[in-house]
Design a protein around this ligand. Structure first.
Ligand SMILES: Cc1ncc(COP(=O)(O)O)c(C=O)c1O
Length: 401
């Protein structure tokens, strides 16, 4: 089946990679960038860079305007009520660390933090380390055979001792949407705070934080076709008000003398120092570009490609697909073949996929695996990318099996 991508030409790096004989299928790690973003970065740097929120001069006013415009666009993209609910960080990882430090003062020894067995290290380690600092218990929700968080177990494990639930929306290893409405309802019934790691979920379809009803939602710009070095925290106003300042420096301060200081509320109070200005402006351009596309057509294209990928893997003997992937990516292992050997042979044939533990070591260990190969898709991939992948896979398996 031929599945061309109508958006492929908007991403100049795809053609450049093809000229280097590279087929890029590692999109869950990071994505290629649209021309609209490249133009915005060039325009910002070529027309006069300036710092934001502090300069009186014209370049500073322009930069601040473009920076704050992006905050509004991000709020719109997530259907947040207003841009004051959007904090810029340096990535999803720093967003989750901000939350783990900023909320630390709310916990007492014996309280429980609930995560799931499939979390990326970024949504595991900040909570694990907080639990160790404050003598809290970290409760891990198990998964069913499809890779979905087990709701019966969740109903037992989310209790009056639960102070916070932090779960991923879409697993970066299993490609499975998690039952967020039910999980968030269980946590809310116990008055626990809720954190959603949207690093993968935000890339596939439009997400609506109002409808979701979580307290916090985080993601990284670079996985959503935007620049790197930039993350986003959405927070409900009441939840933001409970955050304690955690990084200190320029512009987050209201008033300072040598021995005391007071700090701004969110969002600026949580953006200490010079923020990634060009990246924020670039994300604004990326969101403009993405908003101009037909989301229904993207969803249909991504799910048709994904079905092709799953079918192709399932029809090859000896391949075990992890979980029951629904979208975006597939991780797999091959009986009797080390994933590093397979990855090596795929790399040699110009196929860019990811091998290893995918920053979810406990999940891989629980599946009895040291690693797996992950193929992950983006809107610019097409069926020819998958053909090249399968040809390379067949060649590699002929050598290895
Ligand atoms: C589910 C998930 N959460 C968090 C992260 C961390 O994102 P970043 O490395 O951009 O901070 C990733 C990155 O792979 C991810 O897949």
């Amino acid at each position: 089946m031929l599945l061309p991508s109508p958006w492929r030409a908007d991403f100049p790096a795809i053609a450049a990679l093809q000229r280097q004989d590279q087929t890029y299928l590692d999109n869950a790690a990071t994505t290629q960038k649209p021309q609209a973003l490249l133009d915005a970065l060039t325009h910002y740097y070529a027309s006069g860079a300036a710092n934001v929120h502090r300069a009186q001069h014209l370049p500073g006013a322009h930069a601040t305007q473009a920076f704050e415009d992006t905050r509004c666009k991000v709020a719109q993209w997530l259907n947040a009520a207003d841009s004051g609910q959007i904090i810029f960080t340096h990535g999803a990882t720093s967003a989750l660390n901000l939350l783990a430090y900023g909320l630390e003062h709310l916990f007492n020894p014996g309280d429980e933090i609930v995560i799931s067995a499939l979390e990326h290290h970024a949504n595991l380690l900040p909570w694990q380390q907080l639990a160790q600092r404050q003598q809290l218990s970290l409760v891990v929700l198990p998964l069913d055979a499809d890779g979905v968080i087990d709701l019966d177990a969740a109903a037992r494990l989310i209790t009056p001792r639960t102070r916070l639930l932090a779960v991923s929306q879409l697993s970066n290893v299993l490609g499975v949407w998690q039952p967020l409405p039910q999980l968030l309802a269980l946590a809310k019934a116990q008055n626990a705070l809720t954190v959603v790691d949207g690093a993968q979920g935000v890339v596939h379809g439009r997400q609506d934080v109002e409808a979701l009803g979580c307290d916090f939602y985080v993601f990284s710009s670079h996985k959503l076709y935007g620049p790197d070095g930039l993350g986003v925290v959405f927070g409900r106003h009441a939840a933001l008000a409970s955050l304690k300042h955690w990084q200190f420096g320029g512009e987050m301060v209201q008033d300072a003398d040598y021995h005391h200081a007071t700090f701004r509320p969110a969002p600026l109070g949580f953006e200490a120092g010079t923020p990634p200005i060009a990246s924020v402006i670039g994300l604004g351009a990326t969101l403009n570009y993405l908003s101009s596309l037909d989301q229904t057509a993207i969803d249909a294209h991504e799910s048709a490609l994904h079905a092709l990928l799953v079918e192709g893997l399932q029809e090859r003997p000896g391949i075990r697909v992890l979980g029951s992937p629904q979208l975006a990516l597939v991780s797999f292992v091959v009986e009797g073949v080390h994933n590093a050997d397979l990855a090596h042979l795929l790399t040699e044939q110009g196929i860019a996929v990811r091998a290893g533990h995918h920053c979810a070591m406990p999940l891989l260990k629980s599946l009895g695996l040291a690693g797996a190969i992950r193929v992950s898709l983006a809107l610019y991939n097409d069926s020819e990318d998958l053909e090249r992948f399968f040809d390379a896979l067949d060649q590699a398996l002929e050598l290895l099996q």
